[in-house]
Design a protein around this ligand. Sequence first.
Ligand code: UDX
Ligand code: ADP
Length: 474
Amino acid sequence: MTSQIKKICCIGAGYVGGPTMAVLADRCKDIKVTLVDIDKKRINAWNDKDLSKLPVFEPGLKEIIKRNRNKNLFFSTDIANTIKEADMIFISVNTPTKTSGFGAGYASDLKWVESSARQVAEYSSGHTIVVEKSTVPVRTAELIQNILSESEENSFISNIKKSFSVLSSPEFLAEGTAINDLENPDRVLIGGEDNNAMRSLSGIYERWIPANKILFTNVWSSELSKLTANAFLAQRLSSINAISALCEATGAEIKEVSNAIGADKRIGKKFLDAGPGFGGSCFQKDILNLVYLCQYYGLEKISRYWEHVLIVNNWQKERIASLVVEKLFGTVTNKKIAMFGFAFKANTNDTRESPSISIAKDLLENGANLMINDPQVLPYQIEKELCKKESKIFSEKEGSWSFNSNLNECVKDADALIILTAWDEYKEINFEKFSKLMRKPSWVFDTRKIISKNSLKGTGIKFWQVGMGECSSL
Ligand code: UDX
Ligand code: ADP
């Protein structure tokens, strides 16, 4: 029988759990939705009266939180009671790439998924539908099922009845457009075996998503579809970034090439913007998972095929850092360089795997003094990513970095400006003003193709753009 879902718990109140549950609560006012997290600070930030302090910056999210918080949307650290009350539990915890042990550098670290499953096993009561939402390797639902089955057996002995149905319903939202992606998804996947549980979940989605967009699959297909979707998208980016280098070498223009190929309906227009390399929490991690999976099943050549998408991505980041050094007379030691953008893309405060990290690290290693700006990223996040303390005093021997929210101060006396994230505020820069502030010869490196050549005309600033190379006659 399809159970009526009245209370939902989401374990993990991060970039996926937060927006996903906010939209769910907004669309299902009769369901009590509670997000729980082990990170007290994060929960406090979600509950902060000042909505500018929400831990996730996402256009449209503030408004949804404002109209639902403490009505049917709650944020709590009371994991035990929230799980106990819930009819349906979403697992939406972090699954980063392992840094040590077997599979280090490739496999996902599932310790947070495992501990979530153990919490569910311990605290739940009655029948609970468990939905895997985190991006996970194929066969993770099996791990969750195994942990829960043990507790089903024990509950039989102890007379406290517990039973579970495990489903996979991967999230396809992209940060920066999460609310729209959640409200109008291209499709929703529900992978599982228990038809009743699958119908209960689709009944929730159907409150706002047309039924024909809800696809039912087996669990493994659902998990593999998520990895494959991200691998295909990332592959497009490595392909266009590879062509950007060829454009720079030959005189072809990347925008003309991407327009020409995008006009072919079979290729399509989206995801053809060359850039400094892709970032974000998913693409690299999912491809590494795919590589690991192929190796596990003895598909060596296939694993190398997918790994090359990452090799090209790292190459794109490295070549940008090295061409900056090359253009600045082969050395950036003690030179001030302004970096605009630290988030991995515009409209998010997320810095995970941002191309800015490795480009900044390469320049710091070469002795540069970076002044970094980002409208949403905070200095402590940059410090964490660069593993290097912010220093206001430029050192003599090695590079240093500092954060500045004022764009003019960032470029004052700088030899170069590198644009790394396509924030709107960077699209309206007055280069005439900048040219007076910067040290000559001054350079602008536009890795996102958001600056028009015309806006630099007559300023004397030297200009490089991805997929164009050095632009002459400015
Ligand atoms: C991605 C998938 O799009 C999403 O479906 C999945 O659920 C999670 O991973 P996300 O990482 O949030 O989403 O952002 P996305 O828009 O895919 O961008 C990823 C990276 O590719 C960013 O660094 C972005 O700047 C870059 N990118 C994207 C380009 O360089 N050019 C493009 O044309 C598009
Ligand atoms: P994602 O982008 O996948 O949402 P985040 O790192 O933004 O990843 O969010 C995951 C959240 O899950 C973090 O806030 C983390 O504290 C939380 N988390 C991890 N393990 C547990 C757990 N066992 N119980 C509750 N919350 C957890």
